[in-house]
Write a protein that binds this ligand. Structure first.
Ligand SMILES: Cc1cc2nc3c(=O)[nH]c(=O)nc-3n(C[C@H](O)[C@H](O)[C@H](O)COP(=O)(O)OP(=O)(O)OC[C@H]3O[C@@H](n4cnc5c(N)ncnc54)[C@H](O)[C@@H]3O)c2cc1C
Length: 297
């Protein structure tokens, strides 16, 4: 882990309200693993803001972030040549199966909305070792991850797309939109039952409602959930939890963090293995270890 003042080398709005920023950070670029994150000092805000590493193009790292409030708005206004204070890599990322040819596995990656950010890095990292299906579920087509098309570095890659990665060869990308404007219609979790056969491990990053659907959490009137959450849970469509439990399923929890490195205990959650700090023990956990009824994002 290191804290460095790094130079922004490139920044662009690649989807409505979503920015891709490249930062020169050779130390972090050579040590970070998929699912790990960094924190940034955003202007004069007291708490640093966490962002997953989206991909690595050594000596640079890329971040993909949605403007959610003051911190990410400040970040979206940085220009190439500006310096940002970053700390990382932080947390424990995704665990991958061993990568020898005899043990090559089929990995199913499930991204809900901005959950695509760390899963692009995981896809790039694991694509040469394992078969990968990457599902991206969003509300509408303009929010789907805009992979660059054409060969890397070739003129077939449109100028505006050069900063985006291409989909690694052999990776199956499944687009799902709620409004049916592209790909399959529905929620990412709705199509999982069809993809679980032949899958060895599942990796997910997305909103709480997506995880609850994957964990097979049901809502009762006396539970903490509001009617709104109840209808969200129903809309997500419950994946047959028994099927999913047969697979190892790792999820990245994006709860609000305090310090980001384990000192303040502000992001502690209850798990079946005791109290855990999301920033230090996670953000990646086994789906089955989390006591979902207790999690508040
Ligand atoms: C480990 C980790 C990795 C993350 N990676 C990414 C990423 O790669 N890309 C990305 O766009 N976002 C990511 N996030 C979420 C991101 O950190 C927040 O959106 C950001 O901190 C909001 O800061 P802000 O000052 O812009 O907004 P604030 O003013 O702090 O908040 C604005 C709104 O955003 C909501 N919000 C704040 N923090 C979070 C959070 N952690 N998760 C969800 N909603 C939040 C608030 O409830 C509020 O409604 C990650 C969070 C964690 C914990």
């Amino acid at each position: 882990m290191e804290q460095v003042s790094s130079t922004v080398t490139d920044t662009a709005e690649v989807m409505p309200g979503v920015h891709l920023m490249r930062i020169e950070a050779p130390g972090i670029a050579c040590s970070v693993k998929p699912g790990q994150f960094i924190t940034l000092q955003c202007g004069d805000l007291i708490l640093r803001r966490p962002l997953s590493v989206h991909y690595v193009a050594s000596p640079e790292i890329a971040l993909l972030f949605r403007v959610a409030g003051k911190g990410t708005l400040w970040l979206s206004q940085r220009q190439p040549g500006d310096r940002v204070d970053i700390l990382g890599p932080l947390g424990n990322g995704f665990s991958l199966p061993p990568g020898d040819s005899e043990q090559s596995q089929h990995l199913l990656l499930v991204a809900g909305g901005m959950g695509i950010a760390p899963l692009v890095f995981l896809t790039q990292y694991a694509a040469s070792l394992h078969a990968i299906t990457l599902v991206h579920g969003v509300s509408t087509a303009s929010q789907l991850y805009p992979w660059a098309v054409g060969e890397k570095g070739s003129s077939a890659v449109a100028a505006g797309q050069r900063r985006l990665p291409t989909l690694p060869e052999g990776v199956r990308f499944v687009a799902v939109t709620e409004d049916g404007s592209a790909g399959q219609t529905g929620m990412a979790t709705g199509i999982l039952p069809d993809l679980l056969d032949g899958t060895d491990q599942v990796y997910a990053c997305g909103p709480l409602s997506m995880y609850e659907a994957m964990a097979g959490v049901t809502y009762h009137s006396e539970s903490r959930c509001s009617r709104d959450q109840e209808s969200r849970g129903t809309r997500e469509g419950l994946v047959s939890p028994h099927n999913l439990k047969l697979k190892r399923c790792q999820v990245s929890l994006e709860v609000r963090l305090g310090c980001g490195f384990g000192a303040c205990y502000g992001c502690t959650i209850k798990t079946k293995k005791g109290l855990k700090r999301v920033c230090r023990d996670g953000p990646v956990f086994e789906l089955d270890d989390i006591i979902w009824q207790e999690v508040r994002l």
